[in-house]
Design a protein around this ligand. Structure first.
Ligand code: S3P
Length: 178
């Protein structure tokens, strides 16, 4: 898996509601790494919420923001990166992350995802009459991208701390295997 890979950072990919931000923040704390959330970086740069970027500028504009932020991440060290759920759907984003990070995908079933996200309304792609159907459809489309991760971690039946510890363990194993 690692070969001659340079692994300075830990990148979390996965669908909305799989816990990338919460796990990432905790993992960064435990590892004494910096935490970075691509959605937050985009919001700070654009000066508006992700939902407003979607509504005012359209999804392609948001994807372009993601592409630019991913390019900048190649200069990072000791950073845990939580990515937006759609970011690895662009293969060049995923390829770029793999040049400096171990890429870990957090996984959950559509029903679990829906349970986790239903209380929040800041995700424009789920602003639909039947959000669960949308989750199933999007997840099925994106599954091949998520499976390109170095490691796949099922978050069902695991606490936040267990997931974070598992992810950190994978990171240390990958580093020592180089
Ligand atoms: C998106 C996921 C969101 C955010 C945007 C689009 C997606 O991030 O980037 O709403 O395409 O799946 P989270 O995965 O952090 O919710």
């Amino acid at each position: 898996m690692t070969g001659t890979r340079s692994i300075y950072n830990l990148a979390l990919i996965g669908f909305m509601g799989t816990g990338k931000s919460c796990v990432g923040r905790l993992a960064a704390d435990l590892m004494h790494f910096t935490f970075l959330d691509t959605d937050h970086v985009i919001e700070a740069r654009a000066g508006k919420a992700v939902s407003d970027i979607f509504a005012q500028d359209g999804e392609p504009a948001f994807r372009e923001w993601e592409r630019r932020i991913v390019e900048e991440l190649t200069r990072r060290k000791k950073t845990v990166i939580a990515t937006g759920g759609g970011l690895p759907a662009n293969p060049s984003n995923l390829a770029s992350l793999k040049t400096h990070a171990l890429v870990v995908c957090l996984w959950a079933s559509p029903d679990t995802i829906w349970e986790r996200v239903r209380a929040h309304d800041h995700r424009p792609l789920l602003n639909e009459p039947d959000p669960l159907a949308r989750i199933r459809e999007l997840l099925a489309t994106r599954e091949p991208c998520y499976r390109q991760a170095d490691v796949l971690v099922n978050t069902e039946m695991r606490s936040l701390r267990e997931v974070a510890q598992h992810v950190i363990h994978q990171f240390h194993m990958a580093q020592s295997a180089r």
